[in-house]
Design a binder for this molecule. Structure first.
Ligand SMILES: Cc1cc2nc3c(=O)[nH]c(=O)nc-3n(C[C@H](O)[C@H](O)[C@H](O)COP(=O)(O)O)c2cc1C
Length: 399
């Protein structure tokens, strides 16, 4: 990327995204729900954690590599699945290329704008993400398509409660990109000529269909028809999760775990990984930050399954804090979406480089030679920071 376009923090990527995208497209990336209590806590809680650095004794070389769900990754940051990448003409393909260029894996959303086959073609380290949409037969068909396409893992996301409304307003997402819609949206798009030109060059408007909800080679249903079907599908039981894990047979993550009792049930259902997550504050507002729930969950099941965290990661130091509190790796959402919106593939690479650099710098300051050496002793945890969700009162430490 040209030096002038390079950005030095994720906050600057967000500012660029805001400047570059039409208002409704930017708003769809901000997302979150209700009053935004959870999304704020996800980000702000990291500022409550401090570091205990050494003055002498830093290691000359730091090892950032690890594995997640059987995949070697060059640093402990994975792309979390998100469904709004149609803000960029190359969308998920650009993100997958960036992840491959930086040596990491990617979760690909069921609501992605690009077919899984095209995404896996540019990055073989793809975990396909499913929602509980359409019942067992329909889900089995989707999972078999992912297997045939070469997905190396499955992510089941079940933390969704169809909350309505945000105090700052929701974007109007059109049903389809026909001529009347394009004319209606034109004033917004004309205010962002750079973005309009990027799409104009491709001669295709943003894709509002979800190709991975249909059959391979077909365009897939429109976003809202898939969303409606999802709302109408009875939510899954733990037996359904065990069934899906068994059907897939390979590396399997349950994403959205916030309680210790749920983490234990996920282990019983046979998952190989969980992500401690509240869907980036897009689900039940008032849920505490994922990082607050992490230590108790990692303590309870960290020796049986891989424990990841997602929610609020904006800096390499946030990654290091998460690892110190028990995560094996983290997943990121908005950070790379802002990079994508700011500068396409190069913007996502830029965000990944910021995180890698921040992890390396924090390790150096802490005198650690490897991400595997991080422990709670490296950070300052204020009293009352953590939350014990799903732990009976009788098993909690005294007051
Ligand atoms: C715009 C947007 C769309 C998302 N779409 C999905 C999705 O399709 N599937 C999914 O499992 N999670 C989805 N997520 C949640 C992310 O995978 C992740 O849990 C969250 O973004 C992490 O928080 P962060 O954005 O603060 O990094 C979405 C998040 C955002 C912001």
């Amino acid at each position: 990327m040209a030096r002038a376009q390079w950005f030095e923090t994720v906050a600057i990527a967000q500012q660029r995204a805001k400047k570059r995208l039409p208002k409704s497209a930017y708003s769809s990336l901000i997302s979150a729900s209700e009053k935004g209590i959870t999304v704020s806590d996800n980000v702000e809680s990291f500022s409550e954690l401090g570091f205990a650095p050494h003055v002498v004794g830093a290691s000359a070389k730091r090892d950032l590599a690890t594995t997640v769900m059987g995949q070697d990754i060059s640093f402990p940051v994975v792309i979390s699945p998100t469904g709004v990448q149609a803000v960029d003409p190359e969308g998920e393909v650009a993100v997958a290329r960036a992840a491959a260029a930086r040596g990491t894996a990617m979760g690909l959303s069921s609501f992605a704008s690009k077919p899984m086959e095209d995404v896996i073609a540019v990055n073989p380290q793809v975990f396909f993400q499913v929602y509980w949409l359409g019942g067992r037969d329909a889900i089995a068909e989707r999972v078999e398509r992912a297997r045939a396409a070469g997905a190396v893992g499955l992510i089941a996301t079940t933390d969704w409660s169809f909350s309505h409304g945000r105090d700052w307003g929701s974007p109007t997402i059109p049903e389809k990109m026909d001529l009347p819609t394009m004319l209606r949206m034109m004033p917004e798009a004309l205010a962002r000529p750079g973005w309009l030109w990027r799409f104009g060059k491709t001669l295709h408007p943003p894709n509002l269909r979800v190709p991975n909800q249909g059959k391979s080679g077909e365009p897939g249903p429109p976003f809202f028809s898939a969303y409606g079907e999802w709302m109408g599908t009875p939510p899954p039981t733990w037996d359904d999760i065990a069934w899906l894990r068994e059907l897939w047979g390979g590396p399997f993550m349950l994403k959205g775990v916030m309680r210790v009792d749920d983490a234990k049930r996920a282990v019983d259902a046979g998952v190989s990984a969980i992500s401690v997550s509240n869907h980036g504050g897009n689900n039940l507002d008032g849920t505490p930050a994922a990082i607050r729930a992490l230590p108790a969950i990692a303590d309870a099941v960290g020796d049986q399954v891989e424990v990841l965290l997602d929610g609020g990661i904006r800096r390499g130091s946030d990654v290091v804090k998460s690892l110190a509190l028990g995560a094996r790796a983290v997943m990121i959402g908005r950070a790379y979406l802002w990079g994508l919106a700011a500068a396409g593939q190069a913007g996502v690479e830029n965000v990944l480089d910021i995180l890698r650099g921040g992890i390396d710098s924090a390790l150096m300051g802490l005198g650690c030679s490897s991400v595997h050496d991080l422990t709670p002793e490296h950070i300052v945890i204020p009293e009352g920071f953590t939350r014990l969700l799903g732990v009976p009162a009788s098993e909690r430490p005294g007051p």
